[in-house]
Design a protein around this ligand. Structure first.
Ligand code: DAK
Length: 260
């Protein structure tokens, strides 16, 4: 097994990133956060990569949170630096113009749940578990867990999860809309890769515009959000991909998108 904390593999036009600290259930330490930020910035610039799968090494865990052993003795200034580096990773994923699939292969806890929440599509193994257990460590979900989860599932469920620190099953996460698909554990890799390959065959221009509209819409009033959506729609018509997509439909053939 590799000793890198983040394994990057290219499979066609898909980049698979595997957080690789299985002995610590893939907890996010400073090295993992730095590697994730660098990887997403590299991927954003590389036109050959059209979709990303993010997962955790081993059978047990996606990411069991920030590294408690690294955090245990730090003071507020170091905590602020940690928060900043987690935020930079989140921003790199949110602003990456390509779709990012979280393939959640086990525990998604604390900062691991928060990491999954900034990905575009969440697919979970049927034995995955989700939770925000920070309260049990006398801290709180500070990387978007409170705010993003409240907006995703509503304040009632989010409050209960944040205040109790209880875990929920993958089935419950699916019912709540936290994940869009559940897959048998041993089929997760294959399924996530297949989904990523399907995304990689779509127009990078349209995908980037959809991500951008979704992000603007998440932070705006409805009128502004609708205006941003309409602008993003119009912008697609500047690209050859739009002509190709519509011509291919009319000519009854598969489209070949180039991102131009
Ligand atoms: N950090 C460090 N090591 C961890 C870990 C973690 N989060 N989770 C597990 N490990 C390590 C264990 O210490 C153990 O190591 P050894 O003792 O063997 O050396 C190994 O992984 C296997 O774990 P267990 O022996 O505990 O395995 P079990 O199956 O018995 O239990 C578990 C699995 C997931 C239920 C348990 O490990 C657990 O409760 N882990 C801690 C989960 C947790 O509390 N996560 C939240 C951490 S706080 C922010 C951004 C992010 C954050 C905050 C702010 N800003 C932007 C402001 C994030 C905060 C957090 O995530």
């Amino acid at each position: 097994m590799s000793d890198e904390v983040l394994i990057s593999e290219r499979i066609g036009a898909v980049e698979r990133l595997t957080i690789n600290r299985p002995a610590a259930l893939n907890a996010l330490n400073a090295s993992v956060l730095a590697a994730l930020k660098a990887a997403f910035e590299r991927i954003a610039r590389d036109d050959a990569i059209r979709a990303i799968v993010l997962t955790g090494a081993g059978e047990k865990s996606f990411v069991a949170g920030a590294d408690i052993k690294e955090m245990a003795t730090i003071g507020p200034l170091e905590a602020e630096a940690l928060a900043r580096s987690a935020k930079r990773v989140h921003d790199a994923i949110i602003h990456c113009p390509k779709p990012v699939i979280a393939a959640i292969n086990g525990f998604a806890l604390g900062g691991g749940f928060e990491l999954a929440l900034v990905c575009d599509i969440r697919i979970a193994a049927d034995d995955a578990r989700f939770g925000l257990p920070e309260v049990k460590l006398a801290v709180l979900p500070g990387g978007g867990g409170i705010m993003r989860l409240s907006r995703l599932v509503g304040p009632s469920v989010a409050r209960a999860l944040c205040l109790t620190g209880d875990m929920i099953s993958a089935e419950r996460a699916f019912q709540l809309g936290i994940v869009s698909e559940l897959v048998a554990h041993d089929k997760l890799d294959e399924h996530a890769l297949k989904k990523a390959e399907a995304l990689a065959a779509l127009s990078p221009v349209a995908l980037a515009q959809i991500k951008s509209a979704l992000e603007i819409g998440a932070n705006a009033d409805l009128e502004s959000a609708l205006a941003a959506e309409a602008k993003a729609f119009a912008l697609c018509f500047a690209a050859a991909d739009q002509k190709e997509g519509m011509a291919a439909f009319i000519e009854k053939r598969p489209a070949r998108f180039t991102g131009r």
